[in-house]
Design a protein around this ligand. Structure first.
Ligand code: GDP
Ligand code: MN
Length: 396
């Protein structure tokens, strides 16, 4: 779960990583009010769950009230990387002399934590890592290894800092590392950590990503009013609906609606679709022995998704029986109707009953079934996957 910059800065402040005192607002008028309380010039910063705001016009400096109003309105009208800007952080503008990068994350390949620094901050670290990996300083730590002052000093030195710069930055690196561990974070990052004209260092930006599975150890997060979010940002409208209906569901960026027979097949099905050159529009889990009502709702999510060109389903009847599956599909067809082609394979527990239910419904109202291709055990799952990919290509 990612935190907004202003939330991250609260944690920074609590852990003695210097930050500016800012105010969060949602309208241009409130931005102006906040700015006059803070004092000009101010920096206006879009609060969204992704970086690259600077480049996208989401960070602007305003020198007076009229400027704040018009710039705040401009930024509030932006959508950056798919995130509509709904909140702004207003802070005193910094006179920046130098920008560096500091971050802590997990090196999964080596089972270590890693403190990362770069003498060039304010630019995307991923770009630097690709184009000039030599500029990045990495200090690995064992999971349970404490960090000491001398580690911070080593990092600061390797970033070319000396004198007062070294004295200020070294403890910030140590505190950032300890904050990472304290929060059970996945990433904590200051990009940029800046030196202002008066020689002070402070975090101009804050990026924190927490591990959702460790949230139960951090009641302070909920107490701050921070609620669980989609890994990539806020939940989409469809993900919210799915959550209300109790269906584990994630939107992806493809066009094949995945109607799985369980999480295991959901994962395998996504792999198959990719393998045959298609792209899933979602990941979904039916949640163990779903009722016909739930099956019908799962289909509603897919059929109403404008990105979905074809629905791809498979039911391996086990605890989730084929007859319940068939009842759910029929209920969906009768109540909602299918607007897209659908390829379905059904095998396993109560398969014969499932086939009977489909046969009966089809003889009563054949029109409802026009867009569906049914398969049983005789068609390998690979063939169904390829068929779904082909149908999606035909539709685009
Ligand atoms: P990001 O682009 O989403 O990472 O947003 P940042 O908060 O890192 O801001 C982007 C850039 O804006 C920084 O690298 C700085 O160069 C600049 N910036 C941010 N705050 C200030 C400020 O108070 N004064 C000045 N002059 N520049 C700022
Ligand atoms: Mn930044």
């Amino acid at each position: 779960m990612r935190l907004y910059e202003h939330e991250g800065k609260v944690f920074f402040g609590k852990h003695k990583i210097p930050v500016s005192q800012g105010k969060v607002v949602t309208t241009a008028d409130d931005a102006a009010k906040a700015a006059s309380e803070i004092g000009f010039p101010v920096v206006i910063k879009a609060q969204i769950l992704t970086g690259g705001r600077g480049k996208a016009g989401g960070v602007k400096i305003a020198k007076n009230e009229a400027e704040v109003k018009s710039l705040a309105a401009q930024i509030l009208a932006l959508t950056i990387k798919g995130y509509p800007v709904q909140k702004l952080l207003i802070e005193p503008a910094l006179e920046i002399e130098k920008e560096i990068y500091l971050g802590v994350t997990i090196d999964r390949a080596n089972y270590k934590l890693v403190l990362i620094g770069c003498a060039e901050g304010g630019v995307e670290i991923e770009e630097t890592a690709k184009n000039a990996p030599g500029k990045i300083v990495k200090m690995p730590f064992e999971i349970d290894e404490p960090i000491y002052s001398y580690h911070g000093i080593e990092m600061a030195k390797r970033l070319g800092l000396s004198g007062n710069d070294l004295k200020e930055v070294a403890p910030i690196a140590v505190r950032l590392f300890n904050l990472f561990k304290k929060l059970d974070a996945k990433v904590v990052e200051i990009n940029p950590l800046v030196r202002t004209k008066d020689g002070k260092w402070l975090a101009a930006d804050a990026r924190i990503a927490l591990d959702d599975d460790a949230l139960f150890r951090h009641p302070e997060v909920a107490e701050m009013g921070i609620s669980v979010r989609h890994e990539e940002g806020e939940l989409t409208a469809r993900e919210k609906t799915a959550r209300e209906w109790g269906i584990p569901y994630v939107d992806l960026d493809g066009d094949i609606g995945m109607f799985p027979g369980g999480a295991g097949f959901g994962i395998l099905g996504n792999d198959f679709i990719h393998y045959y050159g298609g792209k899933p529009a979602n990941f979904m889990d039916s949640g163990g022995g779903p009722s016909p009502e739930r099956i019908a709702k799962m289909l509603v999510l897919l059929d109403e998704n404008p990105n979905v060109k074809v629905i791809f389903g498979a039911r391996f009847g086990g605890i989730s029986r084929c007859d319940d599956f068939a009842k759910g599909v029929v209920q969906f067809l009768r109540e909602h109707g299918l607007s897209k082609p659908m390829v379905v394979r059904m095998t396993g527990n109560k398969w014969e009953e499932g086939v009977k239910i489909f046969g009966q419904a089809k003889s009563e109202s054949p029109d409802l079934f026009k867009k569906i291709e049914f398969h049983g055990i005789e068609t390998p799952i690979e063939d169904i996957s390829q068929r779904a990919v082909a149908l999606a290509k035909m539709a685009s």
